[in-house]
Ligand binder design. Structure first.
Ligand code: ATP
Ligand code: MG
Length: 768
């Protein structure tokens, strides 16, 4: 029965093919990890384009990360056999929302060049507001307010729509008012935060039906990846855009359970007003709409997996996926069951783990791949040994001729990365951090480093040129050009050229004086270096050069954040013996971060690993308190635990051929050593698919040798038939036996455990 079709359809199984070819009406692909959901979406776009159903600019396609968007475009090119020109609406919710907002910025009292604030900027702004209101930041932290506002925005709530009970949660009822003044401040600063990128879209769509209609007409097809992690705001935004242009009024969804949704979907009303302006009677011009003009919703295809919903803590509503059929009447729901990614053991382990969750739809996942290697579980003495062990394992994989690109380390919290980075630098292993801030690449850090580099090496022309006029000293391009000429002629470094030039009258008096001062300053700092600790020197340089002051005087929203980064830079120097050692480390780190094309190990959080796949996946830190994260357990109880488990499921299902889990008995968190207990998730793995191995980084148990043997005694506990899970019992025994305490770690077990739970994981880290 197999009909011949375009080449891009040929490899698909019948269900996938149906999902690709059902172009009209709503489609939901509800399927487990690695079943080809993303591939279906990509192929679907190829199909739409090659069938001539829409032009690239008429397809709205939401991916989870910008990188995923780029990848999709690349694959599209491969499928169609030619590069796809212009898919302006292929991107993340944020990037697409931001793009729309820039077109209509004036309707949000912004200019089209508005700045997008990050979390730090947001918190700083809120601090100012709290101060102005005389609210004690200690009692009512700005961060808490930032979290509340974010939560409201994720739920699509404008200041006037915040339920009074919730507004009361902050500063004795001032929460709502503060939210409102925060929004006002943002406009004055010509800035938006991430939440605004969608929320302002929604408001504009609601208040200006004509604009909404434009977009409804433009987007002939809507595609959404990772639908299980959409929040209410994203959902509202999608609902508004997915309605057929003529039917804005007719399709207010009836939602018995949440009246709020309905109110917000009503187009043509502003804010809380209940008198509906009649938008439905507006002319419904939609030339070119050949499909589903009469249908209430148009061609929207969402794909997702309820077992991979991991953003509940940021307001994602897995309900959105469960409600799809109700919200999009006539939707076709397609299930995919064959996993094309992982080998048998990995898939079995991941499925078994997730089966411990109660709130799930449940679905079948099978593979036709080989059983492959079992999932390994390795215990280490501490996190350093863990990093060492993983480092050695990676080197071995590399020796077998495999690509580093096919290796990923997925951590629960971003602070876990530091140790791996240090290890990789020592080993000379190329790596890249995905979705994380690259501290040393920030402009202010590079500036500060440039000063230090010139002190360390007067011949460092690049560094000198970078800061010669930063802060502004009246040494502009002309001066620099002249110094270059001079340096080239005499074959001397730029800095020495400067020293020579200030003795001549080649420069105007003002520039000359300024340059002379700078040269003198560097000479002085170099002398000071001999007698001053390098951290102090760095602080002196930043202050005396006027660099700190430059940012103190800066009025832009991110100036304070830059000042904090500079402090962090000085702090981070403490770990090194001297300036030279520090700079060497930096140059190594910077070097490693090099080209994206380079073959390198990927380092990222579990959260940012969604949708990705690698041959070899390392999963370190499977310890109680870290994973599952204590904070999630404390704040969200059982629901939190289930979300953590889904995160584990996401981690395991990233692996094609090998999944390697690690836990350490001791871990340093924010500078404090703590004794830890292996994660309860280890007990939830099926014994038949798991193998316990020795750490390559050294003996996990300090040479007592009991590890392997006693572990195997506990293997049955994998089935979690014991009251005390096997891992934890074995662990407790060890601790009673007096775990080894190596240098610098103080305190008994209880004490350390207590420290741990109070200072445990700083919560999930969001990558992109
Ligand atoms: P996740 O839930 O993790 O995002 P997914 O459902 O989006 O997974 P994909 O990433 O699309 O899955 O596919 C997983 C892997 O299986 C990819 O390498 C993809 O190319 C491959 N794959 C999917 N469908 C097929 C198929 N019909 N034939 C061969 N390989 C396939
Ligand atoms: Mg996917």
């Amino acid at each position: 029965r197999a009909s011949v079709g375009p080449k891009y359809l040929s490899g698909l199984n019948p269900e996938q093919r149906e999902a690709v070819e059902t172009l009209d009406g709503p489609v939901l692909v509800l399927a487990g990890a690695g079943t080809g959901k993303t591939r279906v979406l990509t192929t679907r776009i190829a199909h739409i384009l090659s069938q001539g159903r829409a032009r690239p600019a008429e397809i709205l396609s939401v991916t989870f990360t910008n990188k995923a968007a780029r990848e999709m475009k690349h694959r599209l090119g491969q499928m169609l056999g030619h590069a796809v020109e212009g898919m302006p609406w292929l991107g993340t919710f944020h990037s697409i929302g931001g793009r729309i907002l820039r077109f209509h910025a004036e309707l949000a009292q912004l200019k089209s060049n508005f700045t997008v604030l990050d979390v730090d900027d947001q918190v700083r702004l809120l601090k100012q507001l709290l101060q102005a209101e005389n609210i004690d930041d200690k009692r009512w932290p700005a961060r808490m307010l930032a979290g509340l506002i974010d939560g409201w925005k994720n739920r699509g709530l404008m200041p006037s729509q915040v339920p009074s009970g919730e507004a009361a949660m902050f500063a004795n009822g001032k929460g709502g008012k503060l939210y409102a003044s925060y929004q006002e401040r943002l406009k004055i600063l010509n800035a938006a935060d991430f939440g605004d990128l969608l929320l302002e879209n929604i408001r504009i769509f609601r208040e200006h039906p004509d604009i909404l209609r434009q977009y409804q007409q433009r987007f002939k097809f809507i595609l959404v990846d990772e639908y299980q992690d959409t929040n209410v705001a994203q959902y509202l935004w999608l609902r508004l855009l997915s309605q057929a242009p003529s039917s804005a009024k007719a399709v207010i969804p009836e939602r018995v359970d949440d009246a709020n949704y309905d109110a917000q979907l009503r187009v043509g009303e502003s804010g809380d007003e209940s008198s509906a302006r009649d938008s439905g009677s507006a002319p419904s011009a939609h030339p070119g709409m050949t499909v589903a003009a009469a249908a209430p919703t148009k061609n929207i295809c969402c794909v997702g997996d309820d077992d991979q919903s991991i953003y509940g803590w940021r307001g994602a509503e897995v309900d959105n996926i469960l409600r799809f059929e109700h919200d999009f009447p006539g939707a076709k729901v397609i299930r995919l069951e064959r996993n094309y990614r992982s080998t048998g053991h990995i898939l079995a382990a991941a499925s078994h783990l997730i089966a411990h969750n109660e709130g799930r739809l449940g679905k079948t996942l099978r593979t036709e791949d080989v059983e492959g290697e079992k999932v390994t579980v390795t215990g280490s003495w501490d996190s350093e040994e863990e990093a060492r062990g993983i480092g050695e394992e990676i080197e071995q994989i590399q020796r077998q001729g495999e690509k580093l690109n096919e290796i990923a380390i997925l951590v629960r919290a971003s602070y876990q990365m530091r140790e791996f980075e240090d290890r990789f630098v020592t080993l000379g292993l190329p790596y890249r951090v995905i979705g994380g801030p690259r501290f040393y690449e920030r402009a202010e850090i590079r500036d500060a480093l440039a000063y230090l580099r010139v002190i360390n090496s007067p011949a460092d022309d690049l560094a000198f040129e970078r800061i010669i006029n930063t802060p502004k000293r009246g040494l502009g391009d002309a001066t620099v050009q002249m110094l270059h000429d001079h340096a080239r002629k005499r074959r001397i470094p730029l800095f020495e050229a400067a020293r020579a030039v200030v003795e001549t009258d080649e420069l105007k008096p003002k520039a000359r004086g300024s340059l002379r001062d700078l040269v003198a300053q560097f000479d002085r700092w170099r002398t000071q270096r001999e007698v001053t600790a390098h951290t102090d020197l760095a602080q002196i340089v930043l202050d005396e050069s006027g660099y700190t002051e430059m940012w103190q005087k800066d009025r832009s929203a991110d100036a304070a954040g830059r000042l904090e980064n500079l402090k962090e830079l000085v702090r981070s120097m403490e770990e090194f013996e001297n300036l030279q050692g520090f700079l060497e480390h930096i140059s190594l780190v910077m070097d490693r971060d090099g080209g994206a094309e380079e073959d390198a190990v990927s380092l990222m959080t579990l959260h940012s690993a969604k949708g990705l796949e690698f041959d070899n996946v390392f999963l370190p830190g499977w310890e109680e308190g870290l994973f599952p994260s204590q904070r999630t357990l404390d704040e969200q109880g059982r629901a939190g635990l289930e979300e953590e488990r889904r995160l584990g499921h996401v981690g395991l299902t990233r692996a094609r051929r090998r999944a390697m889990i690690y836990f350490a008995t001791n871990r340093r968190i924010h500078g404090t050593w703590s004794t830890t207990i292996p994660s309860r998730f280890l007990d939830e793995l099926p014994a038949a698919n798991v193998e316990i191995t020795e750490s390559k980084g050294g003996s996990a148990w300090g040479g007592t040798g009991g590890y392997g043997a006693s572990r195997f005694d506990d293997m049955e506990a994998f089935g979690s038939s014991y009251t005390t899970p096997g891992w934890q019992r074995a662990q407790a025994n060890r601790n009673r036996g007096g775990g080894r305490n190596s240098g610098g770690r103080s305190g008994g077990f209880e004490e350390e455990a207590a420290t741990f739970s109070s200072s445990s994981s700083s919560g999930p880290d969001f990558g992109s």
